[in-house]
Design a protein around this ligand. Structure first.
Ligand code: A2P
Length: 343
């Protein structure tokens, strides 16, 4: 049985990647519908040698088996209940449902099985979290992570298409000697780093930082994990990088960690400092695997590890992970069962 897929937010930064990932995917799909805001209605986007027409997102249900939603939290919150009532499984890229205990939050390499227990909505994690857990979950299983400290270096496309445009436009302004302005970001982004992503919370952390705490625990399935994050926007176009320090229950050597991560799904160990090989946005962009390197023994936590990861957040942090969830559902017959039940 094939499935009918719809993308809501097809014209956005993640939507663009969804089209590319779907084109290369093994998903058995016999229809793809594209939706965005009414502004984009009629626009044609290339897909698999054809052109598909973008439609305005309707008020109510969408006649599809799977809806990949990537038009922001408010659209998801408003429309997902009607999509589910209409019989679709919604794979939602926004944060609207991630903390709902009824909604599985899924990275297929880590907790794919959770997707099978959905009640209509499956949440795709925050991009920074998705990239981190691909590397951290295998280490957690083998050595038990007790504490995790993360500092991020996040690309402008984390703020969508308009984030990338602001970086490019304002860099031109700055190079021309003008004062770079800011509208998407809190400050000018060219030649700057901004330790402020999403809203500040009462505890002094930003929402982006707390997403890493809440979502890592939910995906790994361990509420006792102690996590702290500093999330920083940097002037790159795509791929989030993260410096991660892990305190472990059972000591691990860098060589053991490398060996384990070489076997881990979704990871590329890129760790030969002598040959100048380590994770970077330049090499990780466009890649499905998350690059992991700079693995070394922590000087602070005995038996613990320091590492650096770089992952294309539009792919593993968003579009790729969403499509992998759909593939997982199809491979495990989770969609077939629904179609049969409908007769
Ligand atoms: P549009 O291009 O028509 O504005 P990004 O994250 O790159 O900013 O992309 C956001 C996506 O969400 C775009 O595809 C955008 O479509 C879509 N979108 C924005 N507002 C709405 C809306 N009211 N209804 C449906 N889609 C929307």
């Amino acid at each position: 049985l094939k499935m009918r897929v719809a993308i809501v937010g097809a014209t956005g930064a993640v939507g663009h990647e969804l089209l590319k990932v779907l084109e290369a995917s093994t998903l058995q799909m016999d229809e793809l519908q594209l939706y965005a805001s009414p502004r984009s209605a009629g626009l044609k986007l290339p897909f698999a040698g054809r052109e598909l027409t973008v439609r305005a997102t309707p008020e109510g249900a969408i006649d599809a088996d799977v809806i990949l939603a990537s038009a922001g939290g408010s659209i998801s919150k408003e429309k997902a209940p009607a999509w589910v009532a209409g019989g679709a499984v919604v794979i939602d890229n926004s944060s609207a449902f991630r903390y709902d205990p009824e909604v599985p939050l899924v990275v297929p390499e880590v907790n794919g099985e959770a997707a099978l227990h959905h009640k209509g909505i499956i949440a795709n994690p925050n991009c920074t979290t998705a990239i981190a857990v691909v590397a951290v979950a295998p280490l957690h299983r083998a050595y038990g992570v007790k504490r995790m400290i993360v500092s991020t270096y996040q690309a402008t496309s984390g703020a969508g298409q308009k984030g990338m445009e602001e970086l490019l436009d304002q860099t031109r302004v700055a190079l021309g000697g003008g004062d770079a302005g800011a509208s998407v970001f809190a400050h000018p982004i060219p030649f700057n780093v901004i330790p402020h992503i999403d809203a500040f919370q009462d505890n002094g952390y930003t929402k982006e930082e707390m997403k890493v705490v809440w979502e890592t625990r939910k995906i790994i399935g361990d509420e006792s994990l102690q996590i702290s994050c500093t999330a920083v926007r940097i002037p790159t176009l795509r791929t989030h990088s993260e410096a991660i320090t892990l305190e472990l229950e059972r000591p691990a050597t860098p060589e053991q960690a490398r060996e384990l991560l070489r076997q881990a799904a979704g990871v590329e160990v890129r760790d030969e400092p002598g040959a100048k090989l380590y994770p970077m946005p330049l090499t990780a962009s466009g890649k499905y695997d998350v690059e992991v390197g700079r693995i070394r023994s922590s000087l602070v936590f005995g038996g613990g590890l320091d590492l650096f990861v770089a992952g294309d957040q539009l792919l593993k942090g968003a579009a790729l992970n969403a499509v992998q969830i759909a593939e997982y559902l199809q491979e495990n017959g989770a969609l077939k069962a629904r179609q049969k039940a409908e007769g």
